[in-house]
Each structure stands twice: as C-alpha cells, then as structure tokens.
Write a protein that binds this ligand. Structure first.
Ligand SMILES: *Cc1c(COP(=O)(O)O)cnc(C)c1O
Length: 385
C-alpha cells in the first residue's frame, strides 16, 4: 500500500465485513446486531463503514447524536438508526424528518417528544414515534431510574410514543472479579418482567456491547422478543482484555485500520544532540533521525513523547523527544536505507512486526478507543478491499 498523502489511514472493507460476520455468527441464534458507528465509526468513516455493513446484511446502526444520524442518511443509509446519547430540544423535529430512533433516558424525555396531536387523548393524527428506553441498571450514567409502575404510567400517558425497545449498558463487562455485571443483568430482567406484568412489552431488548458479546454471561438474551447486541469496537477489530476468571472470547477479530506517515527529513546528528522541544532527548552517540509528517494534531498522543514507537523499514523505531503538533522525530539508526518520502507505520504491520491501538494506548496511558477516535479529520482516509 502506498497513497499520495503525508499522513493517512487505510481501512480494509473486507476486514470490517469479516469482523461483523464473526460477531454476528457468535451471538445466539435469533439475536441480531446493531452496528455502532458513532464518532465517525471510531475514526474509520461512518458512511463508508455503514455501506460495507449494510451490504453484509446489517439492518440497524447506532450513533451518538442526531447530526451523526443525518450524516448517515445523507450517505444513503436507509436502515434503522438509533441515536444513543441524547436528543437536544432543537433536534426533535429532525428525528421524524430523518426517521431516526431516539434512545430516551428519562420519563421527561418521553413527555418532551410527545408532540401529541392536540385533538384529545389517544390522538393518532401524528404517527407514533418508535423509541428505545434506556434503563439505568447500575452504571449510573444514562438511563432512567424510574420504577416499572412509573414507566407504565408514562407510556399510557403518551400514546404518541411507542416503546419499541428497552436497553441498558454494562459498566464492567470484562471484569470477572466483580458482581456488577450479574447485578445489572438481574436488575434488567426484573424490569422486563415487571413491565410485562403491567402490559408494557417492548418487542426488542438489547444490552451487550463488544466485551459482553465476546465474554458472554447468561441472562443477556430473552425469549419471545428480538434480542439485539450493540458492538462497536469489535467491528473495528478489537476486544478488551479481561480481569479474573473470564471465559475465552467467543469470536476473534482483527484491526481494520492501519496508519502511515511519510518521512519529511532524515539526518545524522552527533552525540549530545538535543532533539525537539525542551531538548528532552539527548543523543547518546551519533544517530540517524527521521522526522515524520504526523504529530498530535493528527492524533499521535503527546504522551508517546520519548516512550512510543513506530515501525520503520520493518523494525520498531523509537520516538525521540516530544511529539510536536505536525511532526514526530524517530530513530532511524536501524533503518538507514529510508529516505524522505518513504513511509513509516504508526499503527498496523510491516512484515511480521506490528503495532495495534491497544499497544499504543498502553504506552500512552489511555485506551484503544481513544487512540482510534483521536486520529484527526486531517488524516486522509483511504478504503481498500
Ligand atoms: C459505544 C457504545 C456501544 C459500543 O461499545 P463497544 O465497546 O465499542 O462495543 C454500545 N452501547 C452504547 C450505549 C454505547 O455508548
């Protein structure tokens, strides 16, 4: 691969498709997949990724905001789209205009979206809006803490809102030393049963994202309804490591994105040379250094300063000094054949040497999600088969 760009990522469509199939084939028969493509598909390009997944048969997508949903519609994605992270007052009309399905996080949200019809209780002159209601089962972020009785009363009071789906979200699905996940599952099952007793029976239930799909727990699929799962990270090729007595992951996926930058300059510096801002790296002997066209404005974590590495000429090459806005300096002493215009790999592989987002994140003191989402808009995206 080689593209005309200073700094670019290549995304493998076939890898995205294979990762999707791996997840889909691993979930219980009767379950189906909501593909999470929020945050520009974790930096991979939401429209491009959604097209690939739609062509594989995906019927549901999830995004964070109405704007992200509209971007998919403009990209020709006509599947169901769930908006997970809240609806602002000025976005309510767009839900209907673009046929987006909101996740509601409180009973007030339900009232706010009930545009009614103004001609009496039960008026149906505006088609009912399908919504998914999120239950806070113990993550204490989004989701309602209302009781089943309160939810059932609100549902009855707002006939223009139809609770099509019920969901929750796990806080610690990789942690097998904690009771938090089984507690959350119990709370959700109780809510589903209590609501059913009160006549509220959503046809779709969903709970698990990547890690809860990879390391399954019992009680996360439901009889008599459609069970969905909501993977994001797995589609891009990642599953997080576990704690405690965890089972083996039930599927395997591989990173779909690789990240490259060109060498801008190469030079030989003498012992004692102080490299970059602050002179924080001092050459212990004569060295060959390369300056590459990627910095923190492209998403290279500043915390990789003097700690991270890239792959240059098929070998690891250390980052020297501080990462600057547009440039990063690396050690080319072991790759003396490289010259300006050649490319190095920030994330990906050359031969059997590889670097993935989890390794980079560990060095930078962050998480792989943050590394992927941090690859900035000015880094050109190229798609390959
Ligand atoms: C981001 C998100 C997901 C996907 O999480 P992954 O760990 O990337 O699979 C699922 N559900 C909700 C509510 C989310 O915010």
């Amino acid at each position: 691969m080689s593209q005309q760009a200073r700094c670019y990522v290549e995304i493998s469509r076939s890898r995205i498709a294979a990762n999707y199939r791996a997840v889909r084939d691993a979930v219980a028969p009767g379950s189906s997949v909501i593909c999470v493509v929020k945050a520009n598909a974790y930096g991979h390009g939401a429209v491009e990724v959604a097209r690939v997944l739609r062509n594989e048969g995906a019927e549901w997508f999830a995004v964070s905001s109405v704007d992200e949903g509209i971007a998919l519609r403009h990209g020709g994605i006509m599947c169901r789209i769930l908006v997970m992270a809240g609806i602002m007052p000025w976005e309510r009309e767009a839900l209907r205009d673009y046929r987006l399905t909101p996740v509601l996080h409180s009973l007030d949200d339900m009232a706010a979206l009930d545009v009614g019809g103004g001609c009496g209780a039960g008026c149906r002159c505006v088609e009912a809006l399908d919504v998914h209601l999120k239950i806070d089962t113990g993550m204490d972020r989004l989701g309602t803490l209302a009781s089943a009785k309160e939810i059932a009363e609100a549902a009855a009071a707002h006939p223009a809102i139809r609770i099509e789906g019920l969901l929750s979200h796990f806080a610690s699905p990789t942690d097998f030393t904690s009771e938090q996940t089984p507690d959350q599952i119990r709370a959700f099952s109780t809510m589903v049963r209590d609501l059913a007793d009160l006549g509220v029976r959503p046809s779709i239930l969903h709970f698990s994202s990547t890690n809860a799909i990879a390391y399954p727990r019992s009680g996360t699929t439901f009889d008599g309804v459609t069970s969905l799962v909501r993977p994001g990270h797995a589609i891009y090729g990642y599953v997080s490591p576990t704690r405690g007595p965890a089972p083996q992951a039930v599927f395997s996926v591989e990173p779909a994105l690789s990240w490259k930058a060109r060498i801008v300059a190469v030079k030989d510096v003498p012992a004692g040379a102080k490299i970059g801002y602050g002179g924080s790296f001092v050459a212990p002997g004569p060295m060959r250094i390369g300056v590459i066209a990627a910095g923190y404005a492209d998403g290279v974590p500043h915390r990789l300063s003097n700690k991270g590495r890239v792959i240059a000429g098929g070998r690891y090459a250390a980052i020297l000094g501080t990462v600057s806005m547009d440039l990063t300096t690396i050690d080319l002493t072991q790759a003396p054949h490289l010259s300006p215009g050649d490319e190095v790999t920030l994330l990906g592989s050359e031969g059997d040497v590889s670097l993935d987002a989890q390794q980079i994140a560990k060095t930078a003191g962050t998480i792989s999600y943050n590394v992927l989402c941090g690859i900035s808009a000015r880094v050109k995206r190229f798609y390959v088969d």
